[in-house]
Design a protein around this ligand. Structure first.
Ligand code: DAH
Length: 346
């Protein structure tokens, strides 16, 4: 190898060292993946100094080409590897930045629901009756014609059936219960007095919807029965229970209760319960709030008790009406309308 070639070769090696050094220095200062790509093209791309260097080798002697070519390719390989590592490092950093928790950022409020106003009112009612020793029981919404009507002293030709427009289930003696009273029947078939129960639940009537009527609503049935004799539940007891309940429910100790004689087939005597209070919707006028009476002996007989052996009272009221009076709600459809502006007020 001639000395001239030696000299030219060593200056070209220096050039390669410098190319490598510059590229590595650039790598150290990279902050983003975009910067990295620019630097990579600059160091290794088609018009980079290194590529130009490699292209220029074809004008060199074979010895030089072999030696410098090998060296340049090794440097290219090393740089490629370094760029690849830098890329991985920057990707890790970008990912970590995404995950970083900014403790000063305003929190994201978790949306929490709350109990529906009707459920709240039902819970209140249950608690008041429970405090008077009433057990809370529930029953089926699909009823037999017998439990919903016949056993309640309402035979097929009875005009009282016409008062309750009924959803009949096709081809069966079944229906969507029109009131919670059939649970009186079911409970008595399975229990012996004494007992006192309330039966909250959904009922159905085939009727047009308006501000005070829904085809589906809720009732609370009440039933207290003992053996006949001194201390057995009387109309006076019924009135006392009603009075206590309404005074506590409406938080108004001035509420008065009045019974108006009325007719329901499963009680005798039967009454409509009216209340008058001193504030809100209850102030100053009598409002009808429930049906009630002494359980008819025919009903006792239908459930298997001996006529004359038992005595008790029953009552029934609508949950929606209670809620509407308490919270001055003037449209029953709001309960199922799903309007959050309404629901959030409770
Ligand atoms: N079940 C009656 C109705 O839906 C309400 C009712 C009246 C229930 C008198 C009773 C009662 O328990 O004694 O119209």
């Amino acid at each position: 190898m001639s000395c001239g070639a030696c000299a030219a070769g060593s200056s070209m090696k220096n050039q390669l060292d410098r190319i490598k050094e510059v590229a590595l220095k650039d790598l150290e200062n990279l902050r983003t993946l975009a910067e990295l790509e620019t630097a990579r093209v600059q160091a290794l791309g088609r018009s980079s100094e290194l590529s130009q260097f490699l292209r220029s080798l074809k004008e060199r002697s074979e010895d030089e080409r072999r030696e410098l070519g090998a060296l340049a390719n090794r440097i290219r390989g090393e740089l490629e590897e370094q760029f690849e590592r830098a890329k991985e490092r920057l990707e890790d950093l970008a990912y970590a930045a995404l995950e970083k928790l900014d403790v000063s950022a305003p929190g994201m409020k978790v949306q929490r629901g709350h109990v529906h106003p009707l459920t709240q009112v039902q819970d209140d009612i249950n608690a008041i009756f429970a405090s008077m020793g009433f057990r809370i029981v529930e029953g089926p919404e699909v009823e037999t014609e017998w439990a919903n009507f016949d056993a309640l002293n309402t035979p097929p030709d009875h005009p009282a059936r016409g008062m309750q427009d009924t959803f009949w289930l096709q081809g069966m003696q079944h229906l969507m219960r029109t009131h919670t009273s059939p649970m009186q029947v079911r409970f008595m078939q399975q229990h012996q007095p004494p007992f006192r129960i309330i039966v909250p639940g959904r009922v159905y009537r085939n009727e047009a919807t308006d501000a005070t009527h829904e085809f589906q609503f809720h009732q609370i049935e009440g039933l207290m029965v003992t053996r006949t004799g001194p201390g057995a539940p009387s109309m006076a007891n019924l009135k006392g229970v009603m009075e206590h309940f309404y005074q506590r429910f409406f938080r108004d100790p001035n509420i008065e209760v009045r019974f108006n004689a009325s007719y329901f087939p499963f009680v005798e005597p039967g009454v409509e319960v009216y209340i008058k209070g001193s504030s809100g919707k209850l102030a100053g006028k009598w409002l009808e709030v429930a049906g009630a009476g002494m359980v008819h002996q025919n009903v006792f007989e239908h459930v298997g008790y001996v006529r004359g052996e038992m005595q008790g009272f029953a009552f029934g009221m609508a949950l929606e009406r209670m809620a509407m009076l308490k919270y001055k709600i003037d449209d029953i459809r709001l309960f199922n309308g799903g309007d959050l502006r309404f629901l959030r007020q409770f």
